[in-house]
Every structure is written in structure tokens, then in C-alpha cells.
Design a protein around this ligand. Structure first.
Ligand code: C2E
Ligand code: MG
Ligand code: MG
Ligand code: MG
Length: 288
């Protein structure tokens, strides 16, 4: 019986692998078409200054709605695009659209774009960025590029020279998903980062768990000691926000508590609303 079961299970796994394989093949074909047809879209999620609760910038996030399968998560289609060698086309689109959107926003609100490890080889990022900023007539200081630890370590030398040249133009570089990648920290001071985005796994449990809060506070301190702006990702509750305000030196926050990622047409209104309200609140505090 045991033998039969084993065989059944392995057939099941093979059948599952077939489905996965065919599903991936289909997604790949359709993703290629979607990218060629400019069918990807962008949503934007605000990053707020923790003290004033004003929006300081927005992160651009790619979205793909498959005509039959519906929304496909970027954690699915970005790795596929990397594998297929079409991530550069996506990055090119995201940089140009994000910069164009940002030029419509009020004040000095910035925009952040995620860059893949493959882009260091597949793209001339400094030229792409120069062109996009020139076309939108946007100051380089309004643009931030987010890279992950994995990306900078996979392409260490190239990443260093590309990031230096972007940074020399006045573009900020953020280290994304900090804490989830490698444990070697030597690259932190070698690369021109200006911001550290602490991964949301460090935020999740801080409301009820002192060890989790202390870990987050220490990661934040590491960032502050390196003169980086420290951001917490994935803030979902007031309790998490209050714990951070009281016990960490975190300067900016991003998460569902403030806003889900929104289409461009809704984000300008959200900025107006949040920054209007926050400025009223801080005036009240000052005089009351
Ligand atoms: P990321 O760059 O770390 O982006 C933040 C992710 O966290 C987004 O997921 C966002 O929707 C999600 N998030 C924000 N606040 C919360 C929260 O309070 N709770 C929870 N549970 N999640 C929150 P999204 O949009 O699904 O993107 C996932 C990842 O896909 C991104 O992580 C990034 O690595 C990648 N990605 C997305 N767009 C692009 C792109 O245009 N280019 C590249 N290269 N990668 C992208
Ligand atoms: Mg990011
Ligand atoms: Mg992140
Ligand atoms: Mg993340």
C-alpha cells in the first residue's frame, strides 16, 4: 500500500509540475505581448514623514492585468521578465512613466522606482534616467531608485559604478527590503545609498513583541549611524506606528495604514488630502 501511495504521490507531483510548467510558459508568452503592447500599468504608494505625516514621495509599482487570468502579482511577473531578458523594457517604461507622473505632483514630492539586478547589465541606466528627467523637465533630486541587497551583491562592481554615476547626478539610491538578503554589511558603506528601507517582516510583530521591536530599533539605528534616511515598509496598524514613534529613530513610513498603492489619477488627490490635513494638524499643535 505504501508503495502504491508513493507512486500516486509522485504522479500527482508530476501532474502539478506539468501544470506549473504550462502556466509559466503561457504567462511568459503573454507577458512578452503585454510588454510589447505597453499594457503594463503603474500604481503609486506614498511614503510619509513619520512626525508630520506628510507625503514625501511615492513608490511606483508595476501592475499587469492578464486579459483572462486577471491580476498577476509583480512577485510573479518581474522574475519571469528577468528570466526572459525583458526586464529592461519594463524598467524603461516604469522610469519614464513614473518621472512623467511625478512632474504633475505638487511641491517637491519625489518618486521612487524599483530597479532589477539585470538592469545594471541590460540598460544604460544613467542615460535612460537623464532622458526621462529631461523629457519631463524634472529635477534629478525628485527621483529615487530602489535596489535590493541581492541586486547589488549579484552585480557588485557594475552596481557600484552605475550607482555612483546616478548619485553624482543628484539621484537618490535606496536600499530596498533591507534585512532579507545577505548578512554581509560591508557593501552598505561602499555604495552611495541615501536611504534604507527596512523590510516589512521586521515591522509585522512589533506591536506585541518586545524582541521584535528591539530588533527593528537596532536595525534603524544602524541606518541612522550610517547617515541614511530610515524607512519602515509594510506599516499596517496604528499600534505599529506608535511603537515605532516611541522606540525607534525611523523617519519615514509606508504601508496600508496610510494607503494601498493607487492609480495615478487617485494619487494626486490623496497627496492633496494627506498633506492638507497634516499641515492643518501641525499648525493646530503649534498654536494649541
Ligand atoms: P517592494 O519594492 O518592496 O514594494 C513594496 C511591496 O509591499 C509592494 O508590493 C506593496 O504593495 C507592498 N506593501 C506596501 N505596503 C504594505 C503593507 O502595509 N502590507 C503588506 N502586506 N504589503 C505592503 P507589490 O506591488 O506586490 O510589489 C512586490 C515587489 O515586486 C516589490 O517589492 C518589488 O520588489 C517588485 N516590483 C514591483 N514593481 C516593480 C517594478 O516596476 N520593477 C521591479 N524591478 N520590481 C518591481
Ligand atoms: Mg521597492
Ligand atoms: Mg521594499
Ligand atoms: Mg518588500
Amino acid at each position: 500500500a505504501a508503495k502504491g501511495e508513493g507512486k500516486g504521490r509522485s504522479q500527482f507531483f508530476h501532474a502539478q509540475m506539468d501544470i506549473d510548467y504550462h502556466y509559466r510558459q503561457r504567462l511568459k508568452t503573454d507577458l512578452r505581448d503585454a510588454v510589447a503592447a505597453d499594457a503594463l500599468t503603474l500604481v503609486f504608494q506614498p511614503l510619509l514623514d513619520i512626525d508630520s505625516r506628510r507625503v514625501v514621495s511615492c513608490e511606483a509599482l508595476a501592475r499587469w492585468t492578464h486579459p483572462e487570468l486577471g491580476a498577476i502579482a509583480p512577485t510573479t511577473f518581474i522574475p519571469l521578465a528577468e528570466e526572459m531578458g525583458i526586464i529592461s523594457q519594463i524598467t524603461d517604461f516604469v522610469v519614464r512613466s513614473a518621472v512623467a507622473q511625478c512632474s504633475q505632483w505638487s511641491g517637491d514630492i519625489g518618486v521612487a522606482v524599483n530597479v532589477s539586478a539585470r538592469d545594471f547589465r541590460g540598460l544604460d541606466l544613467p542615460s535612460l534616467v537623464d532622458r526621462a528627467l529631461r523629457e519631463a523637465d524634472l529635477a534629478p533630486s525628485r527621483l529615487e531608485l530602489e535596489v535590493t541587497e541581492t541586486a547589488v551583491i549579484e552585480e557588485r562592481e557594475l552596481a557600484q559604478s552605475v550607482l555612483q554615476s546616478l548619485s553624482a547626478r543628484g539621484i537618490s539610491i535606496a536600499l530596498d527590503d533591507f534585512g532579507t538578503g545577505y548578512s554581509s554589511l560591508s557593501y552598505l558603506s561602499a555604495l552611495p545609498f541615501s536611504k534604507l528601507k527596512i523590510d516589512r517582516s521586521f515591522v509585522q510583530d512589533i506591536a506585541g513583541d518586545e524582541r521584535a521591536l528591539s530588533l527593528l530599533a537596532n536595525v534603524a539605528r544602524l541606518g541612522r549611524d550610517l547617515d541614511l534616511t530610515v524607512v519602515a515598509e509594510g506599516v499596517e496598524t496604528e499600534e505599529q506606528l506608535n511603537a515605532m514613534l516611541e522606540h525607534t529613530g525611523i523617519q519615514q513610513v509606508q504601508g496600508y495604514l496610510f494607503s494601498r498603492p493607487l492609480p495615478a489619477r487617485d494619487i494626486a488627490e490623496l497627496i492633496g488630502r494627506l498633506n492638507g490635513k497634516a499641515s492643518l494638524a501641525s499648525t493646530k499643535r503649534k498654536h494649541g
